[in-house]
Design a protein around this ligand. Structure first.
Ligand code: RB5
Length: 149
């Protein structure tokens, strides 16, 4: 189970981040919020980096990232060596990206999912543990690709 998270959002994900943050605090998860802190326009690549760096430094176990679709901020996060980010709008994928991909970032779209579903996605993601085994060899291949390119 994941007990600490770093949050990041652009303006398209700001409101959803705030809703998820409240849920996380009620759940007792340690939260570091890297913004954005208003609905003013900001660029999603800029907002992906600080929470992902916090994960790489070991200050949070995972990043929860939000933009309008969840897609742009997931693309930015996946450019960062050591980050495995998944953009999800269904609970099955949010759970299995932890079980099989050892994902350390979950991305959601504020214009795609509502707050109720987002909290279910987050719970599924936080509660699932990487299964290792044959999946560890596959995740190692992701790292090989990252190192090659
Ligand atoms: C911002 O308008 C929007 O493009 C951004 O939040 C995101 O959806 C990009 O993928």
């Amino acid at each position: 189970m994941i007990h600490s998270v770093a949050l990041g959002a652009d303006h398209g994900g700001y409101e959803l981040k705030e809703a998820v943050k409240k849920h996380l605090e009620e759940r007792g998860v340690a939260v570091t919020d890297f913004g954005t802190h208003s609905a003013a326009s900001v660029d999603y690549p800029d907002m992906a980096v600080p929470p992902c760096e916090a994960v790489l430094r070991g200050e949070a176990e995972a990043a929860l990232l939000f933009c309008g679709t969840g897609v742009g901020i997931s693309m930015a996060a996946n450019k960062i060596r050591g980050i495995r980010a998944c953009c999800c709008s269904d609970v099955f994928s949010a759970r299995y990206t932890r079980l099989h991909n050892d994902a350390n970032a979950l991305c959601m779209g504020g214009r795609v999912v509502g707050p109720g579903l987002a909290c279910e996605l987050v719970d599924a993601f936080l509660d699932a543990e990487f299964e290792g085994g044959r999946h560890a060899a596959r995740v190692a291949k992701l790292t090989e690709i990252e190192e090659k390119y």
